[in-house]
Design a protein around this ligand. Structure first.
Ligand SMILES: Cc1ncc(C[n+]2csc(CCOP(=O)(O)OP(=O)(O)O)c2C)c(N)n1
Ligand SMILES: [Mg+2]
Length: 318
């Protein structure tokens, strides 16, 4: 990567963090309705993964989807407007937090039902295989999703049909309020990939460079016609499952231990140690993000709500 690319990854991670910190405030002010699941703590996973994608690659994820939206190139303005349910949002204000998508960018959402997007990912990959494109589908899902039937059906079939899909489980140690060990028969999720004969690896999900390198290697493996690959990114969410989570299922000192591994802090130290950038340059990126986030909020707040007729559009494909 050249310096610009290194700084761009830093920009993306800080932007995700700041947009989400501000959206938590807007939620508390009652300006965002419904659920709000923050990606704070997990930024290195999607930033590293998506930075390795080619334009022909599809991306699909669960409801913790704001960060992924920013990584695929959706502007902070469109993300914020969607969160506020405004017509200028990326899903025209009709999707909200859990349903951000952009077909032009091959970002297929944003899915609220746990595990339900895995069969869709298998279908996207089947489409690429059928049309002989060299696109790969990157499908991200939580550790909890790997206990669901959808997961087993989709992952099994991906191996049977040798589909070009990169399965990525974000093991953030918890489903809603349930620790991995209490819900999954095996605590290393890659053991499930073994059961389906799918090559697999674990990566430090707090280290954006390691995630990127893993993604580059495994996407190339899949693109060369080797069928699916299964990656487990070990990570942690710093905030509650969604807004209003009393967090009675984990200790404060556990959260603090993980916060010492802050993915943004780790990457910032890396950029400074490797002399890729100076403190002033990184501070400048943060200042830019502050302005970008503030402008996004102003844009969202001053945008109109969707017109009532919009209830009847975008329901069926033309
Ligand atoms: C089929 C289904 N069952 C239950 C729920 C309620 N639910 C929402 S999130 C969640 C936990 C999922 O945990 P995980 O897959 O680890 O994702 P994370 O929230 O950690 O990102 C549950 C059980 C749901 N949305 N869909
Ligand atoms: Mg989880």
């Amino acid at each position: 990567m050249d310096k610009k690319e290194y700084l761009d990854l830093y920009h993306q991670m800080v932007l995700i963090r700041r947009v989400e910190e501000r959206s938590a405030e807007l939620y508390q002010q009652g300006k965002i309705g419904g659920f709000l699941h923050l990606y704070i703590g997990q930024e290195a996973v999607s930033t590293g993964l998506i930075s390795a994608r080619k334009p022909q690659d599809s991306v699909i994820t669960a409801y913790r989807d704001h960060g992924v939206a920013i990584n695929v190139g959706i502007s902070a303005k469109e993300v914020m407007a969607e969160l506020l349910g405004k017509a200028t949002g990326i899903s025209k204000g009709k999707g909200g937090s859990m349903h951000m998508a952009d077909a032009e960018k091959k970002y297929w959402g944003g899915h609220a039902v746990v595990g339900a997007h895995l069969p869709i990912a298998a279908g996207l990959a089947l489409g690429d295989q059928y049309k002989s494109t060299d696109g790969v589908t990157i499908c991200m899902f939580g550790d909890g999703a790997t206990n669901i039937g959808f997961f087993h059906e989709a992952v099994n079939l991906s191996k049977v049909w040798n589909l070009p899909v990169l399965w990525v489980t974000e093991n953030n140690q918890y489903g809603m309020g349930t620790a991995v060990e209490r819900a999954s028969a095996v605590s290393e999720i890659i053991q499930k990939a073994e059961g389906y004969g799918i090559p697999n690896a674990r990566v430090d999900g707090m280290n954006v460079i390691e995630v990127r390198q893993a993604a580059e290697e495994h996407l190339e493996f899949i693109r060369s016609g080797n069928g699916p690959f299964f990656l487990e990114a070990v990570t942690y969410r710093f905030r509650g499952h969604s807004m209003g989570d009393p967090e009675r299922y984990r200790q404060k000192d556990e959260i603090e231990r993980w916060q010492e591994e802050d993915p943004i802090g780790i990457y910032r130290a890396f950029l400074l140690n490797e002399k890729v950038a100076t403190v002033e340059e990184l501070d400048e990126v943060e200042n830019q993000v502050e302005i970008e986030t503030q402008e996004a909020i102003e844009f969202a707040e001053s945008s109109p709500e969707p017109a009532p007729e919009e209830l009847f559009t975008d329901i069926y494909a033309d």
